[in-house]
Design a protein around this ligand. Structure first.
Ligand SMILES: Nc1ncnc2c1ncn2[C@@H]1O[C@H](COP(=O)(O)OP(=O)(O)OP(=O)(O)O)[C@@H](O)[C@H]1O
Ligand SMILES: [Mg+2]
Length: 508
């Protein structure tokens, strides 16, 4: 008899339907074959399914068993087909008689017949709903993440045995409760803005960066607090919208990085070390996995000690930084992962770290400084809107005992949220969410300058010898500053502030 079980494959971030067909024939010698482009993990399903069935008390038929994963041209990866194959064998050998046409199945089995955590549940739940399937059976460890999706029953399984009891209606499993966003309102951040002493300009620049989604680079001597400032960044980022949370969660779901939490409701903050490989940062490998730039999607990618990253790795970020996604080519076709992040880079101004510091003398020669600064290419620096010098804070300020002053992160976040809301409204007909994503056409459309502002900008361009690109960057940053000020028009003071964040001549 032939059995058909609905399952899915994960391609990039999305799930696509896979039908698991199991045929059992009495003719020929006993065998167990899987066809339809299986990878090694799928091949190994044979052993797991065989043991799981035996340990569940079912019979593993000593016949010719052929499993076909259709469509055949789609590569199948991972252990998620264990459960559909086991179920297919049981139906094809007529050990159980059930109708499962409207159900979706996935999950890795242990030899004992228990289900294991399996990546990709959220994307599959979305597919199941689209295909109008009624129930999705999956490992209980993944149930919460799938239950974000309304409109399909999520049935959590601890073992194959439990599934059989459920299908034969001996013991019905309770479906997973819908996971709502409200369940996750916890806010705990490692650092708070108020804990940073002084550094008013740096804090302000971070506020602008978070509000408009602008990339930012922090330069300063050792111990100035660059790493501390960057690590405080997540605490001022606005909450992701539901759609954004789903996008982020999908990435973490297919990367197998969702353990206890089911929905990522914080914007991610990724800080890969400079020894991270090209694949680790950009994504790829045989089974394409999202790299750090995709894991930072809708959040922050923090690259500390920026010039220490190998040049070819940084160069590979150029295209994703421009497009907001990364395309990975491999033999079976191309896969795209989203990669819209705010880049926060930190570095010293020179190898010894003290160039321009009033309290220390820089020990480097001019050629050493130039070599160091050239490690990051012009085109990469060109994609960074805010260039900031972070001087060391005076010891007296650091040791000051008086109660901390200045706004807390949650107060700053409220102001940023307001500026973001303005942008959401502004760009509702465009395909972008923040000021930093505006191209030249959109800059013309949405950034009206008063005559006075235009005069100041023109003067700056001639006096400071600014390129056309930096001209546009200044307008984008001033648009964000105006938004933080709830001002429709970009005023001269907005332009003047934005001019402070342009790259200094020595940098490019
Ligand atoms: N403004 C500040 N307020 C409170 N603590 C600070 C401040 N600046 C620096 N610190 C503290 O000083 C220490 C060094 O700061 P941090 O590691 O951020 O420096 P850095 O600029 O990243 O230095 P490096 O260039 O060596 O990486 C940290 O323990 C940090 O908490
Ligand atoms: Mg540091």
């Amino acid at each position: 008899m032939l059995a058909k079980v609905n399952s899915a494959a994960i391609i990039g971030l999305n799930a696509t339907p896979v039908e698991v067909e199991v045929d059992i024939s009495s003719q020929g010698l006993p065998s167990f074959t899987i066809v339809g482009l299986p990878d090694k993990a799928v091949e190994e399903a044979k052993e797991r399914v065989r043991s799981a069935l035996k340990n569940t008390g079912a019979e593993f038929p000593a016949k010719r068993i052929t499993v076909n994963l259709a469509p055949a041209d789609l590569p199948k990866e991972g252990a998620l087909y264990d459960l559909p194959i086991a179920l297919g064998v049981l139906i094809a050998s007529e050990q159980i008689r059930v109708k499962i046409g409207y159900f979706l199945f996935m999950g890795e089995l242990s030899l004992e017949g228990k289900l294991r955590h399996t990546p990709g549940a959220l994307s599959m739940a979305i597919l199941g709903k689209e295909k109008k399937l009624t129930s999705f059976f999956l490992p209980h460890q993944n149930a919460k993440e799938a239950a974000i999706i309304k409109g399909i029953d999520i049935i959590p399984l601890t073992s194959l045995h439990e599934l059989l009891d459920h299908l034969s209606e001996t013991k019905i499993i309770k479906k997973q409760k819908h996971t709502s966003l409200e369940n996750f309102s916890k806010e705990d951040f490692e650092f708070d803005m108020r804990d940073i002493k002084g550094q008013e300009q740096a804090k302000r620049a971070m506020e602008i960066s978070a509000a408009g989604g602008h990339n930012i680079i922090l330069k300063g001597p050792p111990g100035a607090g660059k790493t501390l400032l960057a690590r405080t960044f997540p605490s001022i980022l606005p909450k992701p919208t539901f759609e954004e949370a789903i996008e982020i969660t999908k990435i973490y779901s297919i990367s197998g990085l969702l353990d206890r939490e089911s929905l990522v409701i914080k914007r991610p903050f990724r800080s890969p070390h400079h020894t991270t490989s090209h694949i680790g940062l950009i994504g790829g490998s045989n089974v394409p996995k999202p790299g750090e730039i995709s894991l930072a999607h809708r959040g922050v990618l923090f690259l500390d000690e920026f010039p220490e990253f190998p040049r070819h790795v940084l160069e590979a970020m150029r295209q994703p930084m421009e497009d907001g996604f990364v395309t990975i080519s491999r033999a079976s076709g191309r896969i795209t992962f989203p990669a819209k992040f705010i880049l926060v880079a930190a570095q010293n101004p020179c190898p010894c770290g003290y160039l321009g510091d009033p309290t220390h003398e820089c020990r480097d020669s001019t050629s050493e400084i130039l070599r160091y600064q050239k490690k990051v290419s012009g085109p990469i620096l060109d994609r960074i809107d805010i260039h900031l010098d972070v001087p060391a804070v005076k010891v007296e300020k650091l040791t000051e005992q008086k109660t901390p002053s200045g706004p807390t992160s949650s107060e700053v976040r409220k102001i940023i949220q307001k500026a973001r809301d303005l942008q959401t409204k502004r760009f509702r007909k465009e395909k972008i969410l923040s000021n930093s994503e505006m191209n030249n056409k959109l800059i013309k459309k949405y950034c009206q300058l008063s005559n006075e502002s235009l005069e100041i900008l023109k003067l700056a361009v001639t006096k400071l010898n600014l390129s056309a690109r930096s001209y546009n960057k200044i307008i984008k940053v001033s648009r964000t500053i105006a938004d933080l000020d709830s001002s429709k028009e970009i005023k001269p003071n907005h332009i003047a502030e934005a001019l402070q964040y342009r790259p200094k001549l020595t940098e490019i």
